[in-house]
Design a protein around this ligand. Structure first.
Ligand code: GUN
Length: 309
């Protein structure tokens, strides 16, 4: 069997068009949704993500601004900036790009963002709402994955779903969303005994561990659906060959750049066992950005209309 490729770019286009249409409707009511992205430090991957987020927001008709700080920024200064954004009525959505420099408490910063502008859904109040199945912003990567499943006609109801990874950003909210969608959910992680055997039980496997090629064919039940959240840079040619086999395109890219991106799945073997799989790149990544746009517009609508009423 060769798996169907779940095209995240195509699904993301649909979501982005929905976000743009929603933003246009709000504009007719005099509301321009606005997003402020806060980037502290010089993590090169974060710089790329933030640029992509701001560009996509602009294309959807969202007023986007990026505040860049160098890594020496103090926690007090960052908290002061967040308080200003909280109080600024023209700002609908605040995104603090993670990871933050090590001397800054991520928890204190995320808790400082007012829940009504918390576009990532990382504030404990919004995390609690998700736990209880109440409306509120949901972290963009797992929400984007649920959008992809819906657009691909995949209904998790009754499925055994296993999520590998227990982060606050992906693993935990993903498990909750799948549970709310009536899947029977297992959360596995680096300490899970017989990880491959546990994963092999799953009809739907979400890999969010951040280890290139950890998920090999023996983790995958024949015919399972595999969602690969990992975005890892691989800089060994032997590793590229293990992950992708003799994929000329990947090897040429490696020879040109000295590295390629790879997910948490060993693509060459997983694609021969699964029934459907998301590629890296072009799978979950574009969905995360598209969901951010939808979350921004939804926050703008609920906050501004509640002010008007
Ligand atoms: N760093 C990695 N993923 C994310 C995300 O979804 N949101 C934020 N703010 N930072 C991240």
């Amino acid at each position: 069997m060769t798996a169907r490729i779940l095209d995240g770019k195509k699904a993301a286009q649909t979501l982005r068009a929905e976000a743009a249409a929603h933003a246009a409707r709000l504009k007719e009511q005099g509301i321009t949704p606005s997003l402020v992205v806060v980037l502290a430090g010089d993590n090169p991957a974060s710089a790329v993500y933030v640029r992509n987020k701001a560009t996509a927001a602009g294309e959807a008709g969202i007023a986007a601004r990026t505040l860049r700080f160098d890594a020496s920024l103090s926690e007090t200064e960052l908290l002061g900036t967040i308080h200003e954004l909280n109080a600024d009525d023209t700002v609908d959505a605040i995104l603090v790009q993670l990871p933050l420099p090590a001397h800054i408490s991520t928890q204190r910063v995320l808790e400082a963002v007012v829940p009504a502008k918390d576009v990532d859904g990382f504030h404990p109040l919004n995390a609690g709402k998700l736990l209880q199945g109440q409306r509120g912003p949901v972290p963009c990567t797992p929400a984007g994955i649920m959008d992809l499943l819906r657009l691909e006609g995949i209904d998790p109801k009754g499925m055994r779903a296993t999520v590998i990874g227990r982060s606050d950003i992906v693993g935990k909210p993903m498990a909750l969303l799948l549970m709310h969608a009536h899947a029977t959910v297992t959360i596995a992680h680096s300490r899970t005994r017989d990880l491959a055997g546990v994963c092999r039980e799953a009809d739907l496997l979400v890999a969010a561990l951040g280890k290139p090629g950890l998920v090999t064919a023996d983790f995958v039940q024949p015919g399972a659906i595999v969602i690969d959240v990992g975005i890892n840079r691989v800089d060994s040619r032997a590793e590229v060959e293990r992950l992708f086999g003799h994929d000329e395109k990947r090897l040429t890219e490696f020879d040109r750049k000295g590295s390629v991106l790879a997910g948490d799945c060993e693509w060459a073997s997983v694609v021969s066992v699964a029934s459907a799989v998301t590629p890296v790149p072009g799978g979950v990544g574009p969905l995360t950005i598209a969901r951010l746009l939808k979350n921004t517009v939804e926050l703008a609508e609920s906050r501004r209309l509640s002010i008007l009423s």
